[in-house]
Design a protein. Structure first.
Length: 471
């Protein structure tokens, strides 16, 4: 048995053990990286840990620490209050506002994880306060980031268009942008319906109960996002939503955090007041956006630096916030990415790609390339996968049997739409930013949803973008 095949089988074992024994998947992945790297690939420990994602570690720690301070001093409550006023109390608009904001940020040049790092903590605060399904809110944030991710001036768009031009292939920048925008918009609409978004219609913030819940009298259907007689009730709309709805509706949210409310309409007492600590935190948030988008500074390092400044000035808030750092998520994501890097260094990904390229049926090969891009990207850098896979399929495209524009668009979208996975940077940021949820349950929901997207969407993209251009 080849080392590449062994590494894939070990990855499957990691999933099975983690789901059946409730062991942190990141810890299993670290052990697998050590075992497979040293025994199957002959790596030393230095090479094994060369793949440790130090930048992502700092992003997860820095962002969750900064926003934990924001929660402790009431800044997130202030933002929720301001946001509700901006949409005139219509809760149904909140997820779509978050979708649009992240889409605009990535379309004008923000790196997708940076946009999600900025928006996700605020969005998940809204979800917790107004009992919006956390999967609905998190998915719309990530899909919004990917919807704008292939504009001609974006990071993804520039990367793909640059590779296409360098390889001498015909390209279409607007077609690539439109493909990503439409696919992510459609998926967002599906998950919105599946997770009870339609039940938010007609519900306003002033109708919410003291804890932000929405009972039948307030226009919220029980189970669609409001408290309805106890945690564990299935999402009412989810059962009507087909495969995706069935997958995500099997487990619903539990609200385990303390009740921080007390004001009218679910707004905590004093949330409207702009205290010095809140003003400083809001200033820090603006500086984070400017530093990341305007000066291309690292989101994690910037966030942790701002958090330290706030902690020095208001140490009481810092003491409360330190426990808000999402350490289990950090272990999970860093472990998995370390193992995926071992697979990359072993040549497992290239081995799989070469095997697909050797298939004599062009449409089948194109479909498998889309699945390779989607599956690997669910665990690794989407930009890196795009940069590696498109050159890999150049000889395949030069045969002229598959339309180049459609194949490039299909491969690019397949490799990014799966970023809702909790193992990707964007999915991990959503998981780390979630408030007042059972994180294990939310992780399983994200994993199920990410699995459904990874299994179904590449095939649908292939059917709509590649098959029409065959021949």
């Amino acid at each position: 048995m080849s080392a590449e095949l062994i590494s894939i089988l070990v990855l499957a074992v990691i999933f099975v053990v983690a789901t059946t024994r409730s062991v942190n998947m990141g810890a299993l992945a670290f052990a697998a990286a050590f075992g497979v790297g040293t025994l199957a690939a002959g790596f030393d420990s230095e090479k094994v840990f060369a793949g440790f994602p130090g930048d992502l570690f700092v992003v997860l720690v820095g962002v969750t620490y900064f926003f934990a301070i924001a929660r402790a001093n009431g800044t997130t409550d202030w933002l929720v209050h301001a946001g509700i006023k901006a949409v005139r109390g219509r809760i149904v608009l909140i997820p779509w506002v978050m979708f649009a904001v992240t889409g605009v940020l990535t379309a004008i040049g923000a790196v997708s994880p940076a946009a999600v790092a900025i928006v996700a903590p605020i969005a998940m605060g809204f979800a917790a306060k107004y009992r919006i399904h956390p999967l609905l809110m998190g998915a719309l944030v990530v899909h919004g980031a990917q919807a704008g991710g292939f504009s001609p001036i974006s990071i993804y768009g520039s990367t793909v268009n640059g590779i296409v031009a360098r390889e001498g292939l015909p390209g279409n920048e607007l077609a690539l942008f439109a493909a990503s925008l439409v696919v992510n918009l459609v998926i967002a609409a599906v998950i919105f319906i599946a997770c009870g978004g339609m039940g938010l219609r007609g519900t306003r913030a002033e109708d919410a109960g003291p804890d932000g819940s929405r009972g039948p009298a307030a226009g919220g259907a029980p189970g669609t996002g409001g408290a309805s007689g106890g945690s564990g009730a299935p999402a009412a709309a989810g059962a009507q939503a087909g495969a995706v709805g069935t997958a995500v509706a099997t487990q619903t949210r539990e609200r385990t955090g303390p009740d921080r409310s007390g004001g009218a309409g679910g707004v905590p007492d004093g949330a409207e007041r702009l205290t010095p600590a809140r003003a400083a935190t809001l200033t820090g948030l603006v500086l984070l956006v400017v530093a990341v988008l305007g000066f291309d500074l690292d989101a994690g390092l910037t966030a942790i630096a701002l958090a330290v400044v706030l902690a020095v000035i208001w140490p009481a808030d810092s003491k409360k916030a330190i426990s808000g750092i999402a350490w289990p998520t950090v272990l999970l994501v860093c472990g998995m990415l370390t193992y995926v890097n071992v697979l990359d260094e072993m040549g497992t990904i290239e081995w799989a790609g070469e095997g697909v390229a050797a298939i004599s049926l062009p449409l089948v090969a194109a479909l498998l390339f889309c699945y390779i891009g989607g599956f690997v990207s669910a665990f690794a850098s989407s930009t890196g996968i795009i940069g590696a896979l498109i050159p890999l399929v150049v000889p395949f495209l030069e045969k002229g049997e598959i339309g180049v524009v459609g194949m490039v668009a299909a491969l690019s979208v397949s490799a990014t739409v799966v970023d809702v996975s909790p193992f990707s940077t964007n999915g991990a940021l959503v998981l780390a930013s979630a408030e007042e949820v059972d994180r294990d349950r939310f992780f399983r929901q994200l994993m199920i949803y990410g699995g459904v997207v990874t299994a179904a969407v590449p095939a649908l993209i292939w059917l709509t973008m590649v098959v029409p251009g065959f021949g």
